[in-house]
Design a protein around this ligand. Structure first.
Ligand code: NAI
Length: 337
C-alpha cells in the first residue's frame, strides 16, 4: 500500500511547521485505470481535505466506494455534465483523462484523441478555477503540458508556477531499476530524471547518484534503456488492456503529496517535473523537466541540470530535438483550435 506511514510522518511534520490548509483536490478522469487507484491513494493522504472525482463515466461510483475509507477527507463524484461543479474551489487538479497506449503504439500516437480532451479540460479550469495547480498525467505529456499552457494563455490565465507535467513515474522506475541492478533499496537510490516523458526524451542522470554512478558498460546501457522504455514492458504485459495504471497512480499520488507539502510551506521539497522552463529556451525549448523546488505558490525554483557525464550529454542531445517537435505540435494544435 502507498507509503501510508510515510504520509503520516509527512503530515506530522507539516502540522508542526504550519497550519494545514483546506485543500480540495479534483481528479479529472477518476473512473479510469489510473484515476481509480489514484483517487484511493489521495483519499489516504492527510494533506487532502476534500476530493472531487470527475469522469465522463463512472465517477459517482468510484466516489461512493472511495468515500468509505476511514480518513477525514470528504469525497464527491461528478457525472459527465458536472465538470464545472467538480472544479469549484479546487486547489489542485490532477488530470489522468484520455486514452492509454496499446502494444506497438508510441505516446505520440495518442495525440489525436488526448489533445482535445486535455484542451477542453484546461479551458474549463481556466474558467472555473483559474488559481488551481494543474498536474497533467495524460499522454503525450511532452505535448499535453504545452496544450494546457497555451489554452490558459489564450484566456489570459496561464501562470507557469501552476502547470506541471507528471514525470514522477520515470523517477520511480529509475530508482527501482537502479536498486535492482545494484542490490540497494530503491528508497536509498533516488535518481534525477530530466528532459521529457517519452522514450528518447527521458534522460536519467545516474552520474549524479553515488549508487547510480557505479553502473557502467553494458549494464549502464541496459538500465538507461529500461528507464526510457519501462512503460513498454507494462503495455506488452497487459497485452492490449492498457498501460501502467497502478505504478502511475502511486507516482501521481507521490507527486501530488510533494506539491501539497510545498503549498503548505514545507521547505526543501524538490522533485523533477515538466514545467515551463528557461533552461533550454534559447534553443526554442520552453518546457523541460528538471529538479524543481515546490513552494507555497507552486514552482519556487527551477534547478539547472548540473554536471553530467559524456554519456548523459549524448542522451540530452538525442532528447532536445524530439522534445522540441513534441512541444511545437502541442502549441500548433491550440493555435489552430
Ligand atoms: P483509461 O482509459 O483507463 O482511463 C481514462 C479515463 O479518462 C476513462 O475513465 C475515461 O472515461 C476518462 N475520460 C475520457 N475523456 C474524458 C474527459 N473529457 N473528461 C474526463 N474524463 C475523461 O486510461 P488510463 O490507463 O487511466 O490512462 C490515462 C492517461 O494517462 C493516458 O493518456 C495514458 O497514456 C496516461 N499515462 C501517463 C503516464 C505518465 O507517466 N504521465 C503513465 C501512464 C499512463
Amino acid at each position: 500500500m502507498f507509503a501510508r506511514a510515510a504520509l503520516r510522518t509527512v503530515s506530522a511534520r507539516s502540522f508542526s511547521t504550519s497550519a494545514v490548509r483546506q485543500t480540495r483536490v479534483a481528479v479529472l478522469g477518476a473512473g479510469g485505470g489510473i484515476g481509480q487507484p489514484l483517487s484511493l491513494l489521495l483519499k489516504s493522504d492527510p494533506l487532502v481535505s476534500s476530493l472531487s472525482l470527475y469522469d465522463i463515466r463512472g465517477a459517482p461510483g468510484v466516489a461512493a466506494d472511495v468515500s468509505h475509507v476511514d480518513t477525514a477527507s470528504e469525497v464527491k463524484g461528478y457525472a459527465a455534465d458536472q465538470l464545472d461543479q467538480a472544479l469549484e474551489g479546487a486547489k489542485v487538479v490532477v488530470i489522468p483523462a484520455g486514452v492509454p497506449r496499446k502494444p506497438g503504439m508510441t505516446r505520440d500516437d495518442l495525440f489525436n484523441t488526448n489533445a482535445s480532451i486535455v484542451r477542453d479540460l484546461a479551458a474549463a479550469i481556466g474558467r472555473v478555477s483559474p488559481e488551481a495547480h494543474i498536474l497533467i498525467i495524460s499522454n503525450p505529456v511532452n505535448s499535453t503540458v504545452p496544450i494546457v499552457a497555451a489554452t490558459l494563455e489564450k484566456q489570459g490565465k496561464f501562470d507557469p508556477r501552476r502547470v506541471f507535467g507528471v514525470t514522477t513515474l520515470d523517477v520511480v522506475r529509475a530508482a527501482r531499476f537502479v536498486g535492482e541492478v545494484t542490490g540497494k533499496n530503491p528508497l536509498d537510490t533516488p535518481i534525477t530524471v530530466v528532459g521529457g516523458h517519452s522514450g528518447p526524451t527521458i534522460v536519467p542522470l545516474l552520474s549524479q547518484s553515488p549508487t547510480g554512478k557505479t553502473i557502467s558498460g553494458e549494464a549502464y546501457g541496459k538500465v538507461v534503456h529500461r528507464i526510457q522504455y519501462g512503460g513498454d514492458e507494462v503495455v506488452k504485459a497487459k497485452d492490449g488492456a492498457g498501460s501502467a495504471t497502478l505504478s502511475m497512480a502511486y507516482a501521481g499520488a507521490k507527486f501530488t503529496n510533494s506539491l501539497l507539502r510545498g503549498l503548505n510551506g514545507e521547505k526543501g521539497v524538490i522533485t523533477p517535473t515538466f514545467v515551463k522552463s528557461p533552461l533550454y529556451e534559447s534553443q526554442g525549448i520552453d518546457f523541460f523537466s528538471s529538479n524543481v523546488e515546490l513552494g507555497t505558490e507552486g514552482v519556487a525554483k527551477i534547478h539547472p541540470i548540473g554536471e553530467i557525464s559524456a554519456e548523459e550529454q549524448k542522451l540530452l542531445e538525442a532528447c532536445l530535438p524530439e522534445l522540441k517537435k513534441n512541444i511545437e505540435k502541442g502549441k500548433a494544435f491550440v493555435a489552430q483550435s
